[in-house]
Design a protein around this ligand. Structure first.
Ligand SMILES: [Zn+2]
Length: 399
């Protein structure tokens, strides 16, 4: 059977690459995924999935098999923007192929995942018995905007009773089992405005905030480290001030903080650490965790606080072992390792919030995500299709 799956994956090389090039051509920034979801649904129907639908939030979902072990393959179908068009050496939405790579916005992050998961599930259906499994391939929306939110909805409301999740985020053909959590924090400082010609009469909110910012920079240096996940981090990423005029002392200042939480760090700790800084003025400052409530392209709103927990699946967990076996079969010439992501993924909800065992396996490289070198190697699409065809059988034999 091993050689049958590997051969089928090789046979699907061109179809899968063409499908991915099509997905790249259909622009799909977060909250604008409708067309790409329809394109994926069409491919699922063409390939003979048992069911393919778009849920009311806008995720596209396809099912193969009707067995008791329910496995979700997740790839997010939205992309970040392109930034400055001038800095792209090629057209970001053309699906260019050069020297064995497909280039374009979203190629690596994360449309390659959808392409290989759709074809991998199809190969599984053609080569193995599906009686023990239900495979759901999810193309989730709005991940770049609010990771975890759309997948959580698909898992809880649109599918239900899911036992395992495998995400296609970039792992360079390795098996990943966790990453640091993420949280957004705003700090607001109040000042007292007065005429800019006599600043001593007022309290400058920018000066107040500047002291705190210096403390935050120092706090980042001493955040704790975990042997597997690495160090927690903190970065001030935005600042605004409120002032009645450019010749007045500002009476408000707000900063935005990107906080990455390592193992052992949580929301309460992250907030307390800021509270305890000498530059934090308890009378004039407040800390806020923002609420995400941007509507999806269907118009549906799911609200969530911008806090996404740290998650790690133990190395000895049957799903990690199954993933490792599937990876070894998919790339017999390589030695796939078990590792973690630096960035954040939909695993914050599947594992972090819902506690459903989750791993990741994807064809692209994390370093290429969100760059103008957004690309994936076609050979690696073939290997990843094989992985997704092997995985259910390996999960079955671990139980
Ligand atoms: Zn991604």
């Amino acid at each position: 059977m091993n050689s049958t799956i590997l051969k089928k994956a090789e046979d699907c090389r061109k179809a899968c690459a063409d499908f991915l090039r099509d997905l790249v051509r259909v622009q799909s920034f977060s909250t604008g995924e409708k067309e790409v979801a329809l394109r994926i649904k069409k491919e699922m129907e063409k390939l003979g999935f048992d069911q393919a639908w778009i849920d009311d939030y806008g995720n596209v979902i396809g099912r193969i098999g009707q067995g008791p072990t329910r496995i979700v393959y997740d790839g997010h179908i939205d992309t970040v923007g392109i930034g400055n068009r001038e800095s792209w050496p090629y057209h970001p939405f053309e699906g260019k192929v050069e020297e064995g790579y497909i280039y374009g916005r979203g190629a690596s992050d994360n449309k390659a995942a959808s392409a290989v998961q759709v074809y991998g599930a199809k190969i599984f259906q053609e080569t193995c018995s599906t009686k023990d499994f239900s495979i759901f391939v999810v193309g989730s929306i709005q991940e770049e905007d609010c990771d975890g939110l759309a997948l959580k909805y698909a898992l809880e409301k649109s599918i239900g009773n899911v036992h395992f999740v495998c995400m296609g985020e970039a792992t360079d053909l390795n098996v990943y089992r966790g990453h640091r959590g993420r949280m957004e924090i705003k700090v607001r400082a109040k000042g007292r405005s007065c005429h800019g010609s006599a600043p001593e009469r007022g309290t400058n909110a920018i000066y107040k905030m500047t002291k705190l910012i210096q403390d935050l920079e120092a706090l980042n240096e001493r955040l704790q480290t975990d042997a597997f996940l690495g160090k927690g981090t903190l970065a001030v990423t935005h600042i605004t001030a409120q002032t009645p005029s450019l010749c007045a002392v500002p009476d408000g200042c707000e900063i935005h903080i990107d906080r990455r939480l390592t193992w052992g760090e949580d929301k309460a700790l992250a907030i307390k650490q800021i509270h305890d800084l000498p530059g934090f003025d308890h009378d004039a400052m407040e800390i806020v965790v923002p609420i995400y409530k941007t509507p999806s392209y269907t118009g549906k709103i799911l609200q969530t606080e911008c806090f996404f927990p740290t998650w790690v699946l133990p190395e000895k967990h049957p799903l990690v072992r199954a993933g490792h076996e599937a990876a070894k079969k998919a790339t017999p010439e390589q030695k796939p390792i078990i590792d973690k992501w630096v960035f954040s993924t939909n695993g914050v909800s599947s594992m972090g919030q819902l506690n459903i065992p989750t791993i990741g396996y994807g064809p692209a490289k994390e370093d290429d995500a969100h760059t103008t070198n957004d690309r994936v190697k076609i050979d690696d699409l073939v290997k990843s299709m094989a992985f997704y065809a092997f995985l259910p059988g390996e999960i079955g034999s671990q139980k």
